[in-house]
Design a protein around this ligand. Structure first.
Ligand code: GDP
Ligand code: IMO
Ligand code: MG
Length: 425
């Protein structure tokens, strides 16, 4: 009964929501281990589309326990409004959602600072949800954990300390910043509700794994946005890679059975930073349109480009991937040719590695594949895919050196070819 980590192998938005929803059909628990409301994970069931940001993507499976781990940063207002939205759509989550009392609270000043900094020279195209400043507080050891919501006096003290820390930055940004009272007033309407959901989640996850339950550890963002392993400084402030699941949920590496990486059949990125296979032409526009590549959190158009195999090999390595789930293969239907980056030319020669520290001086070497025109959405096995699509998938698998466990050919649950379910048998 495995514990399975699901991670994004690119720059996020690989379709984690859809795939986690599929894999949690047979799961007992789903744990978000990092990030916060910068994530937007889309679930499509029938004609309905639901985007979750903080709540795990397994939430639609009504017997699954949902956990927000201590690696997360949580905006209490966002969480409560997300739960209300789900409730209005007939999804009762609140009774089976457990929130770590060690997770850090995103408070209004985090959002203000994130927004103001994004107006300046150092902008990196964040989601402006306060995620970076909240993690900064955590590492600076002046953060406010959700556990502090239990004790009004403690909460006041911690908010005061954080505001003192931010005062010079706020002044430099030309903002007077909120008072402690203003922050406490903003917290108050959600405080009791948040406190009710709090628990020490690490022992819960450990117990579930010990009891042979099926546990999904749901990543947010993607490998190339990882603060250590991504395209720094154009990254998020957390650890989306598989190691982050251990830290963010409190699970030892020896307890993880399998790591599955999600990869789109092409590449997208939202926000600034290097993107060597980016397309600035009609093909890029077409992929954006057909793939509906607009941010699920901010609505920003996503940058689009060809699949980057050196980057995928890097993700296989950094995460120790056991399997790949290829998503959005259907979006490439109708293209005469599909290109893929197989190597890079760099000042020191041609390499099959991802030259992460010299991407500005590296030129992608592209290989071309013949396209296909058949609609893929109805295929339920590899044999039902057109030969060209199958060849493309098999090429990716072999070049990445990692077996394919799933191919996704549409946003809906049934538009999926499952080659190996980690929870089967
Ligand atoms: P996440 O952040 O990794 O969960 O991904 P997002 O939800 O931000 O973006 C993925 C988008 O692609 C969503 O709109 C999904 O509904 C959609 N999607 C997922 N898988 C597929 C697929 O195989 N084909 C198509 N056409 N859309 C997909
Ligand atoms: P999911 O989980 C895509 C990007 C932002 C920006 C950078 C830093 O839906 O895949 P932040 O707000 O985290 O400080 O922004 O990271 N980013 C994402 N891009 N998908 C996401 O999440 C992202 N979360 C953050 O666009 O470039
Ligand atoms: Mg997303």
């Amino acid at each position: 009964m495995p514990a399975v980590v699901i991670v994004g192998a690119q720059w996020g938005d690989e379709g984690k929501g859809k795939i986690v929803d599929i894999f949690t059909e047979r799961a007992d628990m789903v744990v978000r281990y990092g990030g916060g409301p910068n994530a937007g994970h889309t679930l499509v069931v029938g004609d309905e589309k639901i985007v979750v940001r903080l709540v795990p993507s397994g939430v639609l499976r009504k017997d699954v326990t949902c956990v927000l781990g201590q690696g997360m940063v949580i905006d209490p207002k966002s969480l409560v409004s997300e739960l209300d939205d789900l409730e209005a759509r007939g999804v009762a989550a609140e009774g089976r959602l457990v929130v770590s009392d060690r997770a850090h609270a995103i408070l209004p000043y985090h959002v203000t600072i994130d927004g103001l900094r994004e107006q300046g020279k150092g902008a990196i195209g964040t989601t402006k949800r306060g995620v970076g400043p909240c993690y900064e507080d955590k590492v600076a050891r002046r953060g406010v954990t959700l556990g502090a919501f239990r004790d009004a006096a403690r909460l006041r003290e911690l908010v005061g300390r954080a505001l003192e820390g931010w005062a010079p930055m706020l002044a430099a940004l030309g903002d007077r910043g909120p008072t402690v009272d203003e922050v406490l007033e903003a917290i108050e309407p959600t405080r009791a509700r948040i406190v009710k959901m709090l628990a020490a989640t690490q022992p819960l996850v450990e117990r579930a794994i010990k009891d042979q339950k099926r546990v999904v550890l749901e990543g947010a963002q993607g490998t190339l946005l990882d603060v250590d392993h991504g395209t720094y400084p154009f990254v998020t402030s957390s650890t989306p890679t598989a190691g982050g699941a251990c830290v963010g949920a409190g699970v030892g590496p020896s307890r993880i059975d399998e790591v599955i990486g999600l990869v789109k059949a092409y590449t997208t990125r939202v926000g600034g930073g290097p993107f060597p296979t980016e397309l600035h032409d009609a093909v890029g526009d077409r992929i954006r349109k057909v793939g509906a590549e607009f941010g699920s959190v901010t609505g920003r158009p996503r940058r689009t480009g060809w699949l980057d195999l050196p980057a995928l090999r890097y993700a296989v390595s950094v995460n120790g991937l056991d399997g790949l789930a290829l998503t959005k293969l259907d979006v490439l239907t109708g293209l005469d040719e599909v290109k893929v980056c197989v190597a890079y030319d760099t000042p020191s020669g041609r390499t099959g590695d991802f030259p992460i520290d010299e991407l500005d001086r590296a030129t992608p070497v592209l290989e071309s594949f013949r396209g296909w025109n058949e609609e893929l959405g109805k295929a339920r096995s590899m044999a039902e895919l057109p030969a060209a699509a199958r060849d493309y998938l098999r090429f990716i698998e072999s070049e990445a050196g990692c077996p394919m466990v799933l191919a996704s050919i549409g946003p809906r649950r049934d538009e999926t070819i499952v080659l190996r379910d980690p929870f089967a048998g």
